[in-house]
Design a protein around this ligand. Sequence first.
Ligand SMILES: *[C@@H]1O[C@H](CO)[C@@H](O)[C@H](O)[C@H]1NC(C)=O
Ligand SMILES: *[C@@H]1O[C@H](CO)[C@@H](O)[C@H](O)[C@H]1NC(C)=O
Ligand SMILES: *[C@@H]1O[C@H](CO)[C@@H](O)[C@H](O)[C@H]1NC(C)=O
Ligand SMILES: *[C@@H]1O[C@H](CO)[C@@H](O)[C@H](O)[C@H]1NC(C)=O
Ligand SMILES: *[C@@H]1O[C@H](CO)[C@@H](O)[C@H](O)[C@H]1NC(C)=O
Ligand SMILES: *[C@@H]1O[C@H](CO)[C@@H](O)[C@H](O)[C@H]1NC(C)=O
Ligand SMILES: *[C@@H]1O[C@H](CO)[C@@H](O)[C@H](O)[C@H]1NC(C)=O
Length: 795
Amino acid sequence: MFVFLTLLILCWGLNDGFPHPKPKCDRCDENFACDCTSSNLQEVPDISTSVKSLDLSFNEIKTIRQDDFCDYTHLEILILRSNIISSIAEEGFSTLNKLEVLDLSDNQLNYLSEAWFDRLSSLKHLNVLGNRYETLGKGSLFRSMTKLSTLMVGNQFLVSVFESTFIGLNHLQSFVLYGSNLKSYQPGSFSQMTSISEVTVSINGPFQRNMTLTTAILRDLSRPEARLILSDLRISREQLMPFQELFRRGIRKILLRNLTCSTDTIVFLFGMTQQSILTSVGLEDCEFYGEPTLSLDFPKLDFVTEIYIKDVKLEKFYNFPAFHSISSLINLLKNIKRVALIDSNVFAMPHETTYLLINVEYMDLSRNQFTDLTLREALCAGQFSICLPSIKVFNISSNYIRSFNTLSHLFQGMKRLTALDVSLNVFHTMPQVCVWPQTLRYLNLSSCRLREVTVCIPKTLHVLDLSYNDLTTLDLSYNNLTTFQHNMPNLTELHLSGNRLKTLPGGKHFAHLEVLYIKGNPLISFSGKQMSNYSSLMVMEAGTDTYVCSCEFVNFFKYELGHLVRLKDRKQAYICNSPFELRGKEVADAQLSVFECHAPLAFSLLCATVLVFVISAMVMCHKLHIIWYLQMTWAWVQAKRRPAARKDKVCYDAFVSYSERDAEWVEELLVPELEGAEPPFRLCLHKRDFLPGGWIADSIMAAIEKSQRTLFIVSQHFVQSDWCRYELEYSHFRLFDAGSDAAILILLEPIPDSTIPKRFCKLRKVMNSRTYLEWPEDDSDKPRFWQSLRDTLRM
Ligand SMILES: *[C@@H]1O[C@H](CO)[C@@H](O)[C@H](O)[C@H]1NC(C)=O
Ligand SMILES: *[C@@H]1O[C@H](CO)[C@@H](O)[C@H](O)[C@H]1NC(C)=O
Ligand SMILES: *[C@@H]1O[C@H](CO)[C@@H](O)[C@H](O)[C@H]1NC(C)=O
Ligand SMILES: *[C@@H]1O[C@H](CO)[C@@H](O)[C@H](O)[C@H]1NC(C)=O
Ligand SMILES: *[C@@H]1O[C@H](CO)[C@@H](O)[C@H](O)[C@H]1NC(C)=O
Ligand SMILES: *[C@@H]1O[C@H](CO)[C@@H](O)[C@H](O)[C@H]1NC(C)=O
Ligand SMILES: *[C@@H]1O[C@H](CO)[C@@H](O)[C@H](O)[C@H]1NC(C)=O
């Protein structure tokens, strides 16, 4: 007990001293991408050292130690978002010189250290949003990251930005700053990022508190060539001052995201754009409240070519000032090339407006409330010769369009249309014949509850999306239209995911298909033969859990598919549904037995083996006379069971055992000689005395038993007769039983030992051990022969 306790305490003590094992994470795929999110990890787990991409978001990691990543030198993507990291060792990332993406957002870092980023020379994307640091430091934090193209910094605690921080960021493309509590900014800091193309700033606080500060920041960020995204503003008319500076400095592209202000404020802001050279204006997730009091003198905006409006809510949209005249609208709209009006509860658009959109190439009306009727109105009431003459891309996704007929009718005149997105409407069916612009390359019919597709689908397409419908077949054989041509010769990308297809569609319709998405269908299997008809296929995504894991399919999947196409989804997504024992298993892991895999071969082998066995058994039986021996044994056993014949049962003097061929001798010489003797011998001859019917072996045995002796007429014929041998054997058994001298041999002709077959060993034995009577050749010797025979029988 004492020893045990000591050991226990000792172990306890030691345990504390050793580093405890690191947690494990085994959710890695074949591309060495590991997904270890939401796993309650408190430290960096132990994983394969070949890991290339590691996602550790939503765990409880507190600290990054010096050796946490030192083995993972191949790491390219490291996501540490939403942990509680408050400290990172100076050398924590020093081995990761291949790292391209580092995400440290939403942690508890109090400061950012130059030393962490010192060796990250390949880094392209860095996100340190949402921590607790108040400054980016006075040194040049990002100096060594010469390839950095995306940088995201800031949080609600950030108060100051220094000029030195941004030294060396010459290749930065995209910059995100969250600084709602920014209090001091060293002018010129942001102007060092010379090649920037998109800036997102969230500086509501400075807008509220310090115009000087805000103007300084915006001045440095306004580049003619960069898009400025100002987000999370909640401003009043008086706080619009900094915009003046922006417009004056010639900013061209501006997007206001998550802006909340009064209707008057936004109208006022529009007015300010009068002097600008804006080309692109956008409003996203905005809310305008209150009734307008200002009248809207619509600005000229001669340069604007792009209008992007998404999820904009007008509290009193019905009071929104109407445009003064159509002419001011003409000025606004005639130059527009791209217009998006997304998710803004638009349900109608007068066709007079559409007429003005003569230069529009891209139009996105997705997620609104257009119906067949209002869309028809919006698209010039079907007068397609004058409607949207320049349109190339049209998006009417997620509206209330019901009639496919109307749809194809409305677009048939748009001679330049290349892309049409009508996804997320409800069609159910489509007509048999449609007319489309010859230029159409892209058609998105995803999530339209289509139950069938017809030849209405334009043949000119390059990309067709039919995913998430209710299709059970995809039959696009235009057999009566073009007999020998491929049906969609230019289709390169086909989306069929989330339907109810059980097999791959016939590949011969799509001679140039390169990418096929067909996951989430109740697919049963596919074969090399089917795949061979997709002559250009390179990428496929077909994961589902309904595969019938036959040998053919499993082998094809494991060993051949990889040579034909690249799977876009993980191999783990391909799951067997049957046979039962493989249900739920990955196809790549399925193990099938030889019997399942080569059933015909295995069964023919089995049958052949059985056949060979049976045949050889039969041959053996025949050769070794096994049947005969069995019969023999059976008879013997029967005889043993019968009570021994009693003396009074004996009714013959001798049973004559002879071969049929010696019948003449027996019947003409032996029988008359013996039965004619004085007193006559009673002989039993099977020919004469056996009762008809009954088993011959039984009769023989009975006869032998009823006879005092057995006479064996031995000749070459006898030796060859099985019955004779049987009789001999039996009488031999009886010899043992009776112990008497029951067998008498008569040799009709000399029989050399060698001519007696092996199985007649009994006969040999008998012949060797017993004297026998020889049938003399010489007539003069015959009386003596008969005499000795009679004597022997009388003995
Ligand atoms: C506004 O910001 C400027 C520049 O950072 C600063 O000099 C000034 O003191 C600030 N004003 C107020 C009222 O905080
Ligand atoms: C929108 O901006 C307000 C501040 O103006 C902020 O509180 C809110 O979180 C923002 N919403 C989103 C979705 O970012
Ligand atoms: C159409 O709009 C939807 C929803 O806004 C979007 O997901 C889709 O990408 C757009 N399609 C095209 C071709 O731009
Ligand atoms: C088709 O539309 C759906 C829904 O808007 C979208 O998710 C999908 O990406 C689109 N397909 C293609 C190929 O762009
Ligand atoms: C397919 O593309 C070729 C070459 O761009 C073009 O000549 C042919 O007309 C196209 N076929 C269809 C059916 O659009
Ligand atoms: C093709 O066949 C369908 C039905 O088999 C028929 O309705 C259609 O008119 C035919 N099209 C042409 C062009 O012959
Ligand atoms: C492949 O295409 C040929 C004709 O191009 C067709 O006869 C054959 O049935 C197709 N095979 C499969 C498996 O679809």
